[in-house]
Design a protein around this ligand. Structure first.
Ligand code: 3HC
Ligand code: NAI
Length: 728
């Protein structure tokens, strides 16, 4: 039974019961409509309470039912809403857990709303590429005013109950059972007038210059959500609440949602939504997986190394109320790390404060303890190592801590690409060793690559994946290979950006093209931010630059393949990026963030091309995008072939959450599927034939095979892998 109804004296309680989140599927809508009509006609019923089973009101329309061309169901939600709102008997929504999207729209059509203190409400449709289309953009502004409604709708913000009360979205917040409170309220209001409780009949009130307000909002959204269409449609819909009568506003919602569907963005964002949820459902070839291996509960942790990453990881653990011992190698580094963690936690507390939430760390460090003494970590459940990227050092630390720690403690490394098995091999418990690859800044970035080595046990995977979720991360299980998944794909992309400079581009040409595509940041801006010295050191270690390059090696060649030495040349000149005030761009000061194109670089590139007798040519944005992205996608296919990622969806989750890929394009593998695999294959093949010294352009076996079998849908790519390697 999707919807049940029972009566408590004169109050009929209608409960949605559709696990896991009481989404409004077609069946739920039909049942809800029927039960509501029956209750409203029943003479023994004098008031109605609407609620959801299992402590959740409703998470909105059932996204699983969305099809590219049909969003019909949204209309039926508004049918229900219209019925509720016009009902002569008072209707009260009892909000527990979540009232999101269509769920909140349902609640807004009720005459009163009671929320549990831990409930959240919101209209997050924008995050899945659409807009609230069951009256949300028309009712919410009538209830809380234009600025507050626009902010919630355009950002898709989850609003906690206490804030919802302050904003006027809910009438009561209760600490106890919200359904009992709603029934109580319903009884009290029987027979009282409801006219000013029907939101559709109220005027939208404002005392601002509304034209300017919407113009500014549109301008800001075009910058902040560059390329995404849904935020703009949200603004237009809210504007319609001011300009049009309510029912025409509803029509506008429908027109806007229909036009969004034609852009392909909702489909990409909904694919991203489900891919993210599926990433947590890891399974090993042995059959062990998320649904049959129980994680260990992690209560105490230690983080070794409080540099860029360590301090963010400590903050993240502390925010989740997990006790942390933070370790450094000397007093100076410890104090610096401590200062940084305190400042990060203060910022987090401030954020929570603004949301009306308190934090355990608001008046200090919460569960963090700082020390130089390794002996103090003896009893922790899990350690995350975040020292310099150096195999020798990491092995020394793992050897040391494996002797100190209790036998069942887990040992995790935040390495960005070193061999997990080699690190595990020096410990007395290789089955408990795993990579937890956080992204910078670790307290903000949502991605966590969980890297499984060949010895890693299923329980270690289950525990770290679960810890990732507790920290609010999107954890993706990947296999062990140099650079894992995200960074391995980034390598040919960055390489290609270098070749584009040789062939005639300036850094800003490449960055502009990729930022226009939707990346948060182009590759040269990204390198300036991270520091050019990071890649330089790694290339030196690999013998690609520096003293270990054999004499007589041509400047633009390594092991017979093309090589671009420009980044190395900049590093030799101390142009390390933002921290040096200059890199691919120049900055206003050391550590400055405002990049401007540097005439010096243009001049340098001209001289470089002349020295190497490179004939430059005009390269348009399309070529830049194809050259950079197709090699990245090709590397993604190779990763699937090698069994380093379980699915193309996992790769997309990694790119959407860790690399600034525009979510409205779904992720690189989804983008390849929508672009057409044949086009990607043919472009790569043509380019590779013209540049046989760039191996990353050679189309992979899997890509070729998928084209040969007629480009099956992305969900079926895995089956084409047959018995290929699986490192997971
Ligand atoms: N429709 C269908 N399934 C949904 C759903 C929805 N609206 N919301 C969540 N689910 C599913 C998830 O896919 C997942 O399924 P699985 O167990 O099979 O993987 C399950 O519910 C649990 O979801 P989460 O893993 O995300 O659980 P959390 O507890 O971490 O989060 C949540 C719960 C906050 C509700 C989160 O799932 C969420 O944000 N959901 C989306 C809410 C949303 O966008 N609503 C708007 C829908 S569109 C709409 O209403 C249009 C309207 O304007 C007409
Ligand atoms: P960092 O150089 O900023 O910090 C390293 C810290 O480790 C320093 O504070 C240092 O004092 C400390 N340390 C060194 N030896 C130690 C020892 N014996 N005992 C205790 N502390 C010791 O380095 P960063 O950038 O934080 O990187 C750490 C790890 O995270 C590396 O493996 C890196 O590859 C990885 N990583 C880095 C990312 C980044 O963007 N910086 C992103 C993802 C992973």
């Amino acid at each position: 039974m999707e919807v049940t109804r029972y009566q408590s004296h004169a109050v009929s309680v209608i409960e949605i019961n559709h696990p896991p989140v009481n989404a409004l599927s077609s069946l739920v809508c039909q049942a809800l409509f029927k039960e509501f009509v029956e209750a409203s006609k029943d003479p023994s019923v004098e008031a109605i309470v609407l609620c959801g089973a299992n402590g959740k009101f409703c998470a909105g329309a059932d996204i699983r039912e969305f099809k590219s061309t049909s969003l019909m169901k949204t209309i039926s939600i508004e049918d229900i809403n219209g019925n509720i709102e016009s009902c002569k008997k008072p209707v009260v929504a009892a909000i527990e857990g979540v009232a999101l999207g269509g769920g909140l729209e349902l609640a807004l059509s009720c005459h009163y709303r009671v929320a549990h203190i831990k409930a959240i409400v919101g209209l997050p449709e924008v995050l899945i590429g659409i807009l609230p289309a069951a009256g949300g953009t028309q009712r919410l502004p009538r209830l809380i005013g234009i600025p507050a409604a626009l902010d919630m709708i355009v950002r898709g913000r989850h609003v906690p109950a206490t804030e919802a009360f302050q904003l006027g979205i809910v009438d009561q917040v209760v600490q106890t059972n919200a359904i009992d409170a709603a029934v109580h309220l319903a009884r009290e209001i029987i027979g009282k007038p409801l006219d000013n409780r029907r939101l559709s009949t109220l005027p939208v009130q404002y005392n601002i210059n509304i034209e300017d307000f919407f113009d500014n909002a549109l301008k800001k959204a075009k910058i902040q959500f560059f390329g995404a269409q849904a935020p703009l449609a949200c603004i237009e819909a809210v504007k319609a609440s001011v300009e049009l009568p309510f029912y025409q506003g509803l029509k506008k919602e429908q027109e806007l949602i229909a036009s969004l569907v034609t852009t392909g963005q909702p489909q990409a964002q909904q694919y991203a939504f489900f891919s993210e949820r599926n990433a947590g459902k890891w399974t090993l070839p042995s059959g062990e997986g998320w649904d049959n291996v129980s994680p260990k509960i992690i209560k105490t942790t230690a983080v070794i190394g409080l540099g860029t990453m360590g301090r963010g990881i400590v903050t993240s653990l502390s925010k989740a109320n997990i006790s942390v011992i933070a370790l450094e190698q000397d007093e100076k580094q410890l104090n610096q790390g401590k200062k940084a963690v305190i400042s990060l936690l203060e910022k987090e507390a401030e954020k929570l404060n603004k949301q009306g939430k308190s934090s355990s760390f608001a008046n200090g460090l919460g569960p963090v303890h700082f020390t130089l003494d390794f002996g103090e970590i003896r009893n922790v459940d899990l350690v995350i190592e975040a020292v310099y990227e150096n195999m020798g050092l990491k092995k020394k630390i793992f050897q040391k801590i494996s002797k100190i720690l209790k036998p069942d403690a887990f040992l995790c490394t935040n390495t960005s690409g070193l061999d997990i098995d080699e690190i595990a091999s020096v410990t007395n418990r290789p089955q408990n060793v795993i990579g937890m690859h956080f992204f910078s800044p670790a307290n903000i970035m949502r991605l966590l690559e969980v890297v499984r080595g060949c010895y890693t046990s299923p329980i270690t995977i289950a525990t770290t994946m679960s810890l990732g979720k507790t920290l609010g991360k999107v954890a993706v299980l990947v296999g062990n290979c140099p650079l894992f998944v995200g960074n391995r794909m980034l390598l040919p992309y960055v390489e290609q950006a270098g070749y584009l400079l040789e062939d005639g581009c300036n850094p800003e040409d490449v960055d502009n093209a990729l930022e226009h595509f939707g990346f948060a940041m182009g590759p040269f801006c990204m390198m300036d931010l991270a520091g050019l010295d990071v890649g330089w050191r790694s290339r030196m270690e690999k013998g690609l630059t520096g003293d270990r390059v054999p004499t007589g090696t041509p400047a633009r060649q390594r092991q017979g393949n093309r090589y671009c030495p420009i980044a190395d040349m900049l590093c030799e000149l101390g142009r390390f990026g933002q921290k040096a005030g200059m890199g691919w761009y120049k900055y206003e000061k050391l550590g400055g963030r405002k990049a401007s194109p540097d005439p010096w670089i243009r001049d340098f590139l001209e001289k470089y091309r002349n020295t190497h007798q490179i004939k430059s040519h005009v390269i348009n944005s399309e070529e830049i995008i194809q050259r950079c992205l197709y090699v990245l996608i090709n590397a993604g296919f190779k990763i699937l072939e090698d069994g380093i990622a379980t699915s193309p969806e996992d790769i997309d989750v990694i790119y959407n959450n860790g690399y600034g890929w525009p979510k409205y394009r779904g992720g690189p593998m989804y983008y390849a599927a929508t672009t057409g695999l044949a086009k990607v294959y043919e472009t790569l093949d043509r380019n590779y034939k013209a540049n046989p010294d760039i191996p990353s352009m050679k189309p992979t076996f899997l890509l070729r095979k998928l084209v040969a079998v007629g480009e099956p849908p992305l969900k079926e790519w895995k089956t084409q892998l047959g018995n290929l390697n699986n490192k997971l």
